[in-house]
Design a protein around this ligand. Structure first.
Ligand SMILES: NC(=O)c1ccc[n+]([C@@H]2O[C@H](COP(=O)([O-])OP(=O)(O)OC[C@H]3O[C@@H](n4cnc5c(N)ncnc54)[C@H](O)[C@@H]3O)[C@@H](O)[C@H]2O)c1
Length: 455
């Protein structure tokens, strides 16, 4: 019997072996069911797909220590009390009741919260970085090999129109053999100060992720993905904390913008301008403590900034991560790649340039532009120019967030996935480059060999 695609899928078919010839076909009914591990901002972006596409995804459980968040999610998705848990371990202690888990805990919790879930047999959508060191990478890969789960990493940029189109162009062969790939990320002064100087990823002793891993694991993943089947073999890196240091503070600066600083109306990092006058920017981080309030007032916000980490003088925080870093990668073919991350720019901008033996492309992520040039061998011609219409969405990493969760649902259901689908094994290369780049940076740029991937 053939069932319509949207209703049933043939999920697993295998021979039992005893007696030989018996085979069992399991039919899984859409929607795919999923539990949320860590009901924070990222998880909910993916989980909301269940509200817009209820026929494809249904959220049926949650593990979240914060009672307010747990209750809010239970209410939003209609999750019964017996499927609400305080931790991932507690959820994993009961029999499996969903196809998959969406793990949006913080970086250092990704592996520890995923291991019991994998053992229980859940497929997994895991936020990046999927591990904070090589030991954790090993633990995760061992578990996936042992239990056979489908695990996809939230490399949402693979799904954004610019990078997905770049991948299609490389795979088509129209650029020839790739000689060099250049990625760059300028992180705006607003974003830099909020996340990497005052915020959650400012101190690697606390968050366990150096800046390159926290911010640029997308970019380095894109580099290794776009260069496939070429593989990175060594890396060198330099970077430092250039700007956000106590010795760079103006001498009259206080310790908190709204408490004791005479420069509150002139400093470009004044929290009065960044947060009070622009309360919607990075609100999920800055106003985290006001989450329970229905409509925070200006006074609530003012009081919050007097005490929260986001109210500190930008030069007097406990940040220890770099604010700029350059990475140079050598590939097995002899091709080269660079990634330049600069925090504190006026405008946020990611760029991509790929140069091949037959042509090249250049794109700007935030501006949704992609230009492709091919060498024209005809007499009198030099090259042709194609401006590609990317048609990207304005929100959610250019539409990458929604495209990723849609692909994950297909992956779990056993349907064909897109060119951007990233299994855990595909995602390892980029993380390994980063661990080695960080070692190189700490050794003043000494080249580091990159271990090869094994499945
Ligand atoms: N893919 C992207 O582009 C992208 C963008 C931003 C952030 N991220 C990543 O997403 C992740 C989540 O970031 P966020 O800002 O949503 O974090 P968050 O702090 O809002 O959410 C994390 C949640 O996990 C919960 N939690 C803690 N311990 C837990 C446990 N043992 N079991 C279950 N839940 C637990 C916390 O209470 C919290 O609610 C981070 O790793 C971050 O690096 C990815």
């Amino acid at each position: 019997m053939t069932l319509p695609d949207e209703v049933y899928i043939m999920k697993k078919a295998f021979f039992t072996g005893v007696p030989v010839g018996w085979w069992v076909v399991f039919l899984a009914k859409y929607p795919v069911t999923a539990v949320i591990i860590g009901a924070g901002h990222r998880s909910l972006i993916y989980a909301d797909y269940a509200l817009t596409h209820p026929e494809r995804l249904k959220i049926v459980g949650v593990a979240e220590p914060d009672e307010q968040r747990r209750n809010a999610v239970a209410q939003k998705f209609g999750i019964p009390a017996e499927h609400c848990f305080a931790t991932a371990a507690a959820l994993a202690a009961v029999p499996r009741f969903a196809d998959a888990a969406i793990n949006g805990t913080m970086d250092k919790q990704h592996v520890v919260t995923s291991l019991p879930i994998l053992e229980k047999g859940y497929d997994l959508l895991l936020e990046k970085p999927f591990a904070v060191n090589e030991e954790e990478v090993g633990q995760l890969l061992d578990a996936v090999r042992l239990y056979g789960n489908k695990v996809m990493v939230c490399h949402v940029l693979r799904y954004s129109p610019l990078y997905a189109e770049a991948k299609r162009r490389v795979v088509s062969g129209e650029l020839g053999d790739i000689i060099n790939i250049q990625l760059a990320e300028n992180i705006s002064y607003h974003h830099m100060s909020t996340s990497y100087v005052r915020g959650k990823w400012a101190n690697s002793d606390v968050c366990r992720t150096p800046m390159l891993l926290a911010k640029c694991c997308h970019d380095v993943d894109l580099m290794t993905w776009l260069m496939e089947p070429d593989v990175p073999v060594s890396v060198s890196s330099f970077g430092s904390k250039f700007q956000f240091r106590p010795e760079n503070a103006p001498k009259e600066a206080g310790t908190r913008c709204l408490v004791d600083c005479p420069l509150v109306d002139s400093c470009r990092y004044s929290v009065k301008k960044l947060y009070l006058e622009n309360p919607d920017q990075w609100e999920c981080y800055v106003w985290h403590n006001l989450e329970g309030l229905e409509a925070p007032t200006d006074e609530d916000r003012l009081n919050e900034l007097k005490f929260s980490p986001y109210g500190r003088c930008i030069y007097k925080c406990d940040n220890n991560v770099v604010d700029h870093q350059s990475v140079l990668v050598n590939f097995a073919s002899g091709a080269t790649g660079t990634h330049n991350m600069t925090g504190g720019s006026a405008e946020s901008l990611r760029t991509l340039r790929i140069v091949g033996t037959k042509g090249e492309l250049y794109g700007e992520f935030e501006r949704n532009t992609l230009t492709v040039r091919h060498i024209d061998p005809r007499p009198g011609s030099f090259f042709d120019v194609e401006e590609v219409d990317l048609n990207a969405a304005a929100e959610g990493h250019g539409g990458g967030d929604e495209a990723l969760i849609a692909d994950f649902v297909r992956y779990v259901a056993g349907e064909p996935t897109s060119i951007s689908c990233t299994s855990i094994f595909d995602s390892v290369a980029g993380h390994r480059v980063i661990f080695c780049a960080e070692r190189s940076r700490l050794a003043s740029g000494e080249p580091e060999p990159i271990p090869t991937d094994e499945r």
